[in-house]
Design a protein around this ligand. Structure first.
Ligand code: SF4
Length: 389
């Protein structure tokens, strides 16, 4: 039972597609390379079943995010079917932001125009680097030319809201290589750029290589320099740095991802997908295909009950702070009060001296209305956020 009291707004809908051409060396997302088209078809059927279980509840949705994995690997007709199922089950607003994630080499002009006809109005492309040597090293299935061609086709198909993902801190990547990728990307002018530092995740090929001494990670100092150089170049090019890892041209901030950082509700369907609603809390779907098919086939929501833990009010407030501080505008004290019925400074009175200390060092800004990390504070975000959880 949730203990918050917030004005209900339209929610987000996340749809997970767990297929990729092949697995990248650094990736620990729930995705599988080289799956048969039979498994993909079976999955789409099960997914449509799951989506249909939400019908008749009048759930209003104003952002849809088809993510993965590589959704663009599916046949385009499957995407149309999934969108039709979503439109039949949920009340999707006319002005909804509808994103599909796509990887170069799995897109073409036909697919892109089918997506447009299915109502998809935002494309998120995994570029990662604009350097073939880096792409090959990362185990990406595409090269720079594939990205350029797909980007051009996407603009031609009418996509006027495109995100490109880039990575830095890749083993062997120099500052000059990172700046070159950024320069090339800025030259293309996507509407939104996400940029992430490569992290070593357990169970990945990179983690194995690192343990065996086959790769080295860049020094953390260089990683931070790359981050700040990225922000500097993107801001100079007219992008607004609105979240730790995201920059957008004005008006192109990702409305779906903002729901995660704004403590808004989102439904989620598909293998291993995570949802958050005020009524049911945080839920997670099963991540095993057989179990997923069995439950959806029996007309049951494929939620993993073993993963469910009821959160205390303290946990919820901690999560709220943790996600709100990811936004450069920071945490709104009014919104915190409206959500939990308590004053932030009362709840976190013990943290007041340490917050003041961070503010004194220029890592945090405290005003009458907001608490926010500064760009320097972002380098110590884990430490600062940990004060609240
Ligand atoms: S394409 Fe994306 S989801 Fe698929 S393996 Fe590579 S990083 Fe992971």
């Amino acid at each position: 039972m949730m203990k918050i009291n917030r004005k209900i707004k339209p929610a987000g809908l996340y749809i997970h597609i767990p297929f990729c051409l092949k697995k990248c060396g650094y990736c620990d997302f729930l995705s599988f390379g080289g799956c048969s088209s039979r498994l993909q078809e079976q999955y789409v059927e099960a997914l449509k079943n799951e989506i249909g279980m939400y019908a008749g509840q009048g759930i209003k949705i104003d952002t849809v995010f088809i993510g993965g994995g590589t959704p663009s690997l599916l046949h385009e007709n499957h995407i149309t079917e999934i969108m039709k199922a979503a439109e039949a089950a949920f009340c999707i607003t006319e002005d909804a932001e509808i994103t599909i994630e796509a990887n170069p080499k799995t897109l073409n002009a036909d697919k892109l125009s089918v997506y447009r006809r299915a109502g998809i109005n935002r494309l998120s492309m995994g570029a990662q680097a604009m350097n073939d040597e880096m792409l090959e090293f990362m185990g990406r299935a595409h090269d720079r030319a594939d990205f350029l061609e797909n980007f051009r086709q996407a603009r031609q198909a009418g996509f006027d809201n495109i995100n490109a993902d880039l990575m830095f801190g890749i083993p062997g990547q120099t500052m000059e290589m990172w700046k070159d990728s950024l320069r090339q990307m800025i030259g293309l002018g996507p509407d939104h750029i996400s940029f992430y530092s490569l992290q070593l995740e357990e169970g990945t090929e990179f983690a194995r290589m690192y343990r065996n001494g086959e790769i080295d990670l860049p020094e953390s100092e260089l990683d931070r320099e790359m981050y700040h150089e990225g922000i500097r170049m993107l801001k100079t090019a007219g992008y607004n740095h609105y979240e730790i890892s995201n920059c957008a041209k004005p008006g192109h901030e990702c409305r779906h991802n903002l729901k995660y950082w704004d403590y808004d509700e989102y439904y989620a369907v598909g293998l291993g997908a995570h949802s958050f609603t005020y009524k049911s809390g945080r839920r997670c779907n099963v991540s095993d295909f057989e179990k997923y098919f069995e439950l959806t086939g029996a007309g049951l929501l494929p939620q993993d009950e073993d993963m469910y833990e009821e959160e205390s009010l303290q946990d919820m407030m901690g999560e709220y702070v943790f996600t709100a501080l990811r936004k450069l505008e920071g945490l709104s004290l009014d919104d915190f009060r409206e959500t939990f019925g308590r004053d932030f400074h009362d709840v976190y009175s013990e943290q007041k001296p340490v917050l003041a200390e961070y503010a004194g060092k220029g890592l945090v800004i405290i005003t009458d209305t907001h608490i926010a990390l500064t760009v320097t504070g972002i380098d110590r975000s884990n430490e600062i956020m940990a004060e609240f959880v």
